[in-house]
Design a protein around this ligand. Sequence first.
Ligand code: NAP
Length: 289
Amino acid sequence: MSELVIAGKLGVVGAGVMGRTIIQGAIKSCLLPPQKIWAAARTQRTCDQVRQELGIDTFTDYTVQLAETSIIILCVKPYKVEGVLEHLKDNGLSPDTLIISIAAGVSLATLESLTGGQNPVIRAMPNTPCVVGRGMTVVCGSAQTKPQHLELTKNLFSAVGTCLELEETHFDAVTGLSGSGPAYFYLMMESLADGGVRVGLPRDVAVKLVTQTALGAAAMVQQSGRHPASLRDDVTTPAGCTIAALLTMEDGKIRSVLARAVEEATRTASHLGGSASSEKTLATAAHPD
Ligand SMILES: NC(=O)c1ccc[n+]([C@@H]2O[C@H](COP(=O)([O-])OP(=O)(O)OC[C@H]3O[C@@H](n4cnc5c(N)ncnc54)[C@H](OP(=O)(O)O)[C@@H]3O)[C@@H](O)[C@H]2O)c1
């Protein structure tokens, strides 16, 4: 991947799990050298850790950095976004600075009103597998956002996985499916490994078998482009053990449990940052006109 061409620096406000992941991805894939990135955290302890781990400048008070910053990624918890943006606005945020927020449930309209409507603003929803370069990020831009802003943002998140642009109306659904999604797969993997242990496999072997099977199944769907149901049919021999297992899962209503879990996570996401888009998502799903 070639280096991003930006006039100033990239600032990451909130150097927690996701903030560090994005910075790591940008450095590892040579999108930006460490000297062109700074990060901010609430405590000096986090700042010291991040400076040591990633070799970038870190600050608890980052206001002097704003003049030479072209992109700010907001990686604080959703309830902190308002305070941080007000702080930025009161301390010389340039109207040219691109603001990218990864905060769940905080809408573009909220972000725009908090920045006074002058800055290009992009909303992004990544997930934690960005840490291992296998993340899934969805992005959308505000009216002030130019194609080059979206291109820059897509390049940044493509450095830590796959990046897709979608309408904002889908964002709570994205949060409920891919944002929270890794946790659903961990739970399923843990349960399947428990099954292996129940029938006599050592725990470490069971986890290894489950992990490679999950990776293999995901790659089959991704590379074949076939519907998962069709791939499932391939494994399901008449009177065999797979159909016995599948029927047991269906008895436990596995399909509706998983689908309803995504619906519930979507509904919850809609309340995190005062966004109304999810209620719209649920209503639109029920009445798709
Ligand atoms: N985790 C996920 O799976 C995931 C997925 C998609 C999106 N997100 C979104 O990502 C955002 C961050 O989540 P996270 O899991 O990375 O949180 P996190 O690990 O708790 O990190 C939050 C960071 O923000 C810093 N911070 C708090 N107040 C600050 C302030 N006023 N100025 C500057 N920095 C401040 C904290 O500093 P200290 O360490 O010093 O306290 C901490 O480093 C959230 O909005 C979440 O919705 C998370």
